[in-house]
Ligand binder design. Structure first.
Ligand code: NDP
Ligand code: 2IT
Length: 447
């Protein structure tokens, strides 16, 4: 329930951002958690602090023209929402997907602000992207698009200003093309302006793996509160992209058996456990479809076109594809089938009804802004290495990541206890993230 004092603030968000449903959803979820905080500490509601936290500092929309391999000119729309810089330069990924519009980027930038605060590192929140569809595009087309996108975006970036990274549809290849164009335009080898760079040119060990590994560490820590671990558990992971692949890798390493994963065309079930080398080959090398995986596995795996991966019985679920991919009905099915824990690798993958279903059922529920913070945390480690012109080993970097994830877990659990809802990581994450941003905003005055 929304606290009475917060109702007019939410009404204002609805009025100011018409039609941006995902943004409304993300704001509503955080505001639902803040009633308990302002009851205890009314000063956080002073000077329109909460109103300011809901309004991006800057929203940039621009035209991205590019030419395909047949000489045809295309126009896409580019976005960068610089949401909150109280804790550091704007930091957050770029998403290239045909469904992207301002509301997508705004919801992601809002979430990012609290997620980045939870990491304890000096990074503000931002997000960007385009409605460009990379599917089926040649390497040369991807390069031209990235160059055109950066030709406008570069003026808004800088290692002390705004530092993008990848998200859906943006990985190492795209970051490379964008960094190349930034370097060319500015004549500066400014490594700290983008993260997710290649290891040969300023990238960090573990950044590729970080989101999936981090989400797995978070869930492991959560399971430990009930004296359990991944060992011997059946796990389903939606998606088959960066986050899903490295979630599967770490879960498998910890003894779990991942029996299903998916992409936007359907899901595969492989009872023996997903063959990760094959999945990586198909998704990372060939840029193929999940149906190709089932084909390559013959009778060992089954492909279910367009079905719900959440129908597959499992003890742990890690939604790692996209927002609102898991609805109330899916949540009831998972609970009925014996789910004990869920870790959101994606941003806001569970609908509000699904979240309530999990919380009511007493399932361990790790919300995205806490569970998937390992990606951006390792981006901040990449920035540290760039600033000191240093590079750390895989082992040292992974250890830092594991510690960060454990700290985020413990902080969320502690805040849930303090604010009267033990075991509620949704409340814990929202409150812990909010307090850190709010403290900085109070100190910086009305800006
Ligand atoms: P990728 O592009 O590598 O993979 C995305 C996966 O999700 C693909 O399997 C894709 O299938 C599927 N997918 C994407 N959009 C949809 C959709 N609308 N419907 C169904 N399936 C979809 O992206 P990432 O793995 O990087 O990102 C996955 C999620 O994790 C996103 O929510 C992202 O915001 C979040 N995240 C990513 C971080 C990172 O460091 N990369 C950090 C923290 C969170 P298909 O190929 O068929 O489109
Ligand atoms: O949602 C996210 O946290 C990301 N896509 C990663 C952001 C980053 O700056 O590494």
């Amino acid at each position: 329930m929304l606290d009475e004092k917060l109702q007019p603030i939410f009404a204002d968000v609805l009025r100011r951002n018409p039609g941006e449903e995902e943004f409304h959803q993300a704001v509503r979820e955080v505001l639902d958690s803040l009633g308990a905080v302002i009851a205890k500490h009314p000063h956080y509601a002073e000077n329109a602090l909460i109103e300011r936290i809901c309004e991006p500092e800057r929203q940039i929309i621009f035209r991205v023209p590019w030419v395909d391999d047949h000489g045809k000119v295309h126009i896409n729309r580019g976005f960068r929402v610089q949401f909150n810089s109280a804790l550091g330069p704007y930091k957050g990924g770029l998403r290239f997907h045909p469904t992207v519009y301002l509301g997508t980027i705004k919801f992601l930038g809002f979430e990012q602000t609290f997620k980045n605060a939870l990491t304890g590192m000096p990074i503000g929140g931002g997000k960007g992207g385009s409605d460009f569809d990379p599917k089926g595009r040649s390497d040369a087309e991807i390069m031209r698009f990235c160059q055109s996108f950066m030709t406008e975006l570069y003026r808004h970036l800088g290692e002390y200003t705004d530092v993008p990274a990848g998200d859906i549809g943006v990985g190492g290849r795209e970051i490379g093309y964008m960094f190349g164009q930034y370097k060319r335009i500015t004549n500066r080898y400014e490594s700290g302006v983008l993260t997710g760079k290649g290891l040969a040119w300023g990238g960090s060990q573990v950044r590729t793996e970080a989101t999936g590994y981090g989400a797995t560490y978070f869930v492991e820590r959560m399971l430990q509160t009930r004296k359990q671990g991944f060992d011997g558990k059946k796990v389903i992971v939606s998606g088959a992209g960066n986050v899903a692949i490295y979630t599967i890798e770490k879960v498998t390493e910890l003894g779990g058996r991942v029996i299903a994963c998916s992409d936007s065309s359907g899901y595969v079930v492989d009872e023996a456990g997903i063959d990760l080398a094959l999945l990586k080959e198909i998704k990372e090398q060939r840029r193929g479809r999940i149906a190709d995986y089932a084909k390559a596995r013959g009778n060992a795996a089954k492909f279910v076109p367009e079905g719900r991966i959440w129908d597959v019985p499992a003890e742990v679920a890690m939604p790692s594809a996209t927002q609102n991919e898991l609805n109330g009905q899916d949540a009831r099915t998972l609970v009925k089938n014996g789910l004990i824990a869920i870790g959101e690798g994606a941003n806001m993958p569970s609908t509000p009804e699904a979240v309530q279903t999990f919380l009511k059922a007493g399932v361990l529920f790790a919300p995205g802004k806490a569970a998937n913070a390992g990606g951006v945390a390792t981006s901040a480690l990449e920035m540290q290495q760039n600033a000191s012109r240093d590079s750390w080993t895989f082992e040292a970097t992974e250890e830092r990541l594991a510690t960060i994830m454990h700290n985020i877990h413990d902080r969320c659990a502690e805040m849930a206890d303090t604010y009267g809802s033990p075991g509620n990581y949704v409340l814990g994450a929202n409150v812990a993230g909010f307090i850190r941003v709010a403290e900085a905003m109070r100190a910086l005055g009305i800006v």
